[in-house]
Design a protein around this ligand. Structure first.
Ligand code: NAD
Length: 260
């Protein structure tokens, strides 16, 4: 379905981004991977993805916490894969602290990556999508783009901002073949969440499994983690012809979290 389309997935060396990149490659898209990590492991991911799906897969280690870094990623994709048809803004980080203790530099870092990088990426990629009258922009927000939790001031602010930005871009592009939507996952067991579970277990002297179950019990009625594969399937659907008139929506895939 996505043969000859090129997808950029930010933060795709791990977790949800990797799941979405794999799903898009499975659907036939050439993929630009991005993110940090061990160079040899990333090269192995790149090689396997290309071989398994007979698509081109490139990698850029661009740091997306600056506008220049984000523009560099889009330019590298144009240079190596020729175009950008699908942009998945997924890279994100977390820090938890009460607002009065929240370090300024953590606020700035989260806003830079989780919020501003999404704006810079859309701004850099959308002109060529308009020129071809086809494009898919998918912003990975969060259940925390729809509701809040304590100790996540920067994260919740950035994720709500992305949901708003998604609506603006969807309205601006409404009469074109470009669509813009957000995906709002609940808990997904990725390194980002594992770090939070470990911190809670250490603080309370409990086990990782106990804290994982506790985390789910607090928020996610299904009591199961959402998976990167399920999120990948939703991203592929948004890129399909069936997704053509879905515009400006924030799709919760959260085991019932935001239905409460
Ligand atoms: P993760 O830590 O597994 O992956 C984050 C990715 O972003 C990695 O590839 C990492 O290298 C990359 N990254 C980090 N800083 C970067 C930077 N400055 N420039 C470029 N890349 C950078 O996390 P994840 O859980 O897969 O999270 C992915 C997205 O999903 C995030 O936006 C996160 O907020 C969102 N999300 C996660 C959950 C969850 O439960 N895991 C829930 C809702 C939303």
């Amino acid at each position: 379905m996505l043969k000859d389309k090129v997808a950029v997935v930010t933060g795709s060396t791990s977790g949800i981004g990797l799941g979405i990149a794999r799903a898009l490659a499975t659907a036939g898209a050439d993929v630009m991977l991005n993110g940090f990590g061990d160079a040899a492991e990333i090269e192995e991911i790149r090689r396997q993805m290309a071989a398994a799906h007979d698509v081109r897969v490139a990698y850029s280690g661009a740091d997306l916490s600056t506008a220049a870094g984000v523009r560099g990623l889009i330019e590298a994709t144009d240079a190596e894969l020729g175009r950008v048809d699908v942009l998945v803004n997924n890279a994100g980080i977390q820090h938890t602290d009460a607002v009065q203790d929240f370090p300024d530099e953590k606020w700035d870092a989260i806003i830079a990556l989780n919020q501003s990088a999404v704006f810079h990426g859309i701004k850099a990629a959308i002109p060529q999508m308009y020129a071809r009258d086809w494009g898919r922009i998918i912003n990975v927000a969060s259940a925390h783009g729809l509701v809040a939790s304590p100790k996540k001031a920067a994260y919740v602010a950035a994720k709500h901002a992305i949901v708003g930005l998604t609506k603006v871009v969807a309205l601006e592009s409404a009469q074109t073949g470009v669509t813009c939507n957000a995906i709002c996952p609940g808990w997904v067991l990725t390194p980002l969440v594992e770090a939070q579970i470990k911190a809670r277990a250490e603080e309370k002297g409990t086990s990782f499994d106990d804290e994982a179950n506790e985390l789910l019990a607090e928020k996610q009625p299904s009591r199961r983690f959402v998976t990167p594969e399920q999120l990948g399937d939703l991203a592929v659907f948004l890129c399909s012809p069936g997704g053509e008139e879905i515009r400006g929506q924030a799709f919760a895939m959260d085991g019932g979290w935001t239905a409460q």
